[in-house]
Design a protein around this ligand. Structure first.
Ligand code: SF4
Length: 245
């Protein structure tokens, strides 16, 4: 006899968060971190730009470790060009894709010297034309260095946009556009940091820690994770009765 077909568990899609819940959701994250800032170490727009270019597919901690010595040797575009691709490579070879990144850092530094008097342009189109700089990097620099209300969608923000319902979208650009249109303008600049940090430390990719999430009341994720079972205290060692007792 043919065994009955087992029904696949239905995965419920997160509905879009109501517009009225977007502000309180973000306010809950803001209470945890009222003055958020990038975890990348930098001194000015130029060192921020280089750090963000290096951070593609690498952790902020690994980038910070490399840039501490790199920026000591080359804190500006002229010094970076003098250091050259091999010199930059020696500082950053612990970071993924370091060969391509070393070439891009030197090339973008040369372009800044040639076209912008060694300054980082405060303009999306000009930034995106630099070697190794895409829309996400430009958004981070415009937001963090120049205070513009942009939204750089990385893997964490893309996941949160869809999982929480704050900005569901199939592509990075759809999520970015929805976040920009749904987040109140006065919160947009800091929302970038609140969402990244929340995704990194609480609403994690594999297992969101919903039981300790300060924004759970407004999040629309239908499969919120319960708290893990409390650990049993270690069993007391048995005391053997002494011989003859
Ligand atoms: S409740 Fe869970 S899914 Fe929703 S934001 Fe918090 S951690 Fe993420």
């Amino acid at each position: 006899m043919k065994p009955p077909a087992t029904a696949k568990p239905r995965i419920r899609k997160t509905p879009q968060m109501p517009a009225a819940d977007v502000r309180p959701f973000l306010e809950a994250l803001a209470r945890e971190n009222p003055r958020p800032r990038s975890e990348l170490e930098y001194d000015d727009p130029y060192t921020l730009l280089v750090a963000v270019v290096l951070s593609a597919q690498a952790t902020d901690a690994s980038v910070n470790k490399a840039t501490r010595t790199l920026f000591a040797d080359a804190p500006d575009p002229a010094a970076m060009v003098r250091l050259g691709v091999d010199g930059v490579g020696r500082h950053i070879r612990t970071i993924g894709l370091w060969q391509g990144k070393a070439k891009n850092v030197v090339a973008l530094s040369q372009r800044l010297l040639d076209e912008y008097d060694g300054k980082v342009p405060e303009d999306r189109e000009a930034l995106e034309a630099l070697p190794g700089v895409g829309r996400k990097t430009a958004n981070v620099v415009l937001n963090v260095a120049f205070g513009q209300s942009t939204m750089a969608v990385d893997t964490h923000i893309f996941r949160l946009g869809n999982r929480t319902g704050i900005a569901p979208g199939k592509t990075v650009r759809q999520v970015e556009d929805k976040l920009v249109s749904r987040i109140p303008p006065d919160m947009l600049r800091d929302a970038h940091h609140w969402l990244i940090l929340h995704g990194r430390y609480v609403c994690k990719a594999r297992a969101p820690e919903c039981w300790r999430c300060v924004a759970a009341a407004w999040c629309r994720y239908p499969a919120k994770a319960p708290a893990p079972p409390a650990r049993k205290p270690p069993a007391k060692p048995r005391v053997r009765a002494e011989a003859g007792a």
